[in-house]
Design a protein around this ligand. Structure first.
Ligand SMILES: *Cc1c(COP(=O)(O)O)cnc(C)c1O
Length: 222
């Protein structure tokens, strides 16, 4: 068995069964992805639209593709026809465009609201205040083709575990507040996407329901 295959099998053995795994295959080859696919895994994450489109052509149709990176408005139309989940909805404007494209395609698109939880300036995402403004708006109530399934966030890239834990805790708080205030009767609003190779154990302890793992499965990216 290849290293890649044994990496994912081992990782899954140690995950609680309630936690979903997105295998993050960005920069990795189609044959690397097939090695993971052949273990039975079906959920793959990419952060660039062009990369998903070109890999998808060469891979089995039953792969569930998740977009985990920043999405530009003008690229929404290319992924809406097939994407299984967009983790990186980081503005009201983007959600509006996804809703319009999904309507045209006659499908509902599963989305997570990305919160800015890291101290770093560079990461994308909503603040809780911005999400509240969106939730309270008249326009939001008329969206019909996006299905909000929860939240996503990326912690600061640091060795300081307490800081990472605090940031994940904050995201779980944001999720719970949204759930009670706006989604208490909504069976689809269930997901907290947090945790990568370096911090997924802390994320799972803090309530993650979806982890996004690249290098622990595929090896370091060059
Ligand atoms: C690259 C990436 C990951 C996976 O990172 P690893 O450290 O390789 O596990 C997870 N989430 C997002 C948003 C990413 O861009």
């Amino acid at each position: 068995m290849s290293d890649t295959a044994s990496n994912i099998i081992l990782l899954k053995q140690h995950l609680p069964s309630s936690v979903k795994l997105v295998a993050v295959s960005k920069t990795k080859s189609v044959s690397d992805i097939l090695e993971v696919y052949n273990t039975g895994h079906r959920i793959f994450g990419e952060n660039r639209v062009q990369e998903i489109l070109s890999k998808k052509e060469l891979l089995p149709l039953d792969i569930e593709w998740h977009l985990i990176g920043h999405l530009q408005s003008n690229k929404v139309k290319y992924i809406v026809p097939f994407i299984s989940m967009i983790h990186s909805v980081d503005s009201f404007k983007l959600l509006r465009i996804i809703d319009a494209e999904a309507l045209k395609n006659g499908r509902k698109v599963d989305c997570l609201l990305q919160f800015h939880i890291a101290k770093e300036e560079t990461k994308f995402g909503f603040s809780p205040e911005e999400v509240t403004v969106m939730m309270e708006s008249e326009e939001f109530r008329h969206f019909e083709s996006v299905r909000l399934c929860g939240v996503m966030g990326m912690a600061t890239f640091t060795d300081n575990e307490e800081q990472v834990r605090d940031e994940f805790r904050f995201l779980t708080e944001c999720f719970k507040n949204l759930k009670t205030t706006y989604f208490s009767g909504d069976p689809d609003f269930t997901e907290i996407s947090m945790g990568m190779s370096g911090d997924y154990k802390i994320a799972v302890e803090e309530g993650s329901t979806i982890i996004r793992i690249g290098s622990l499965i595929f090896g370091e990216r060059l």
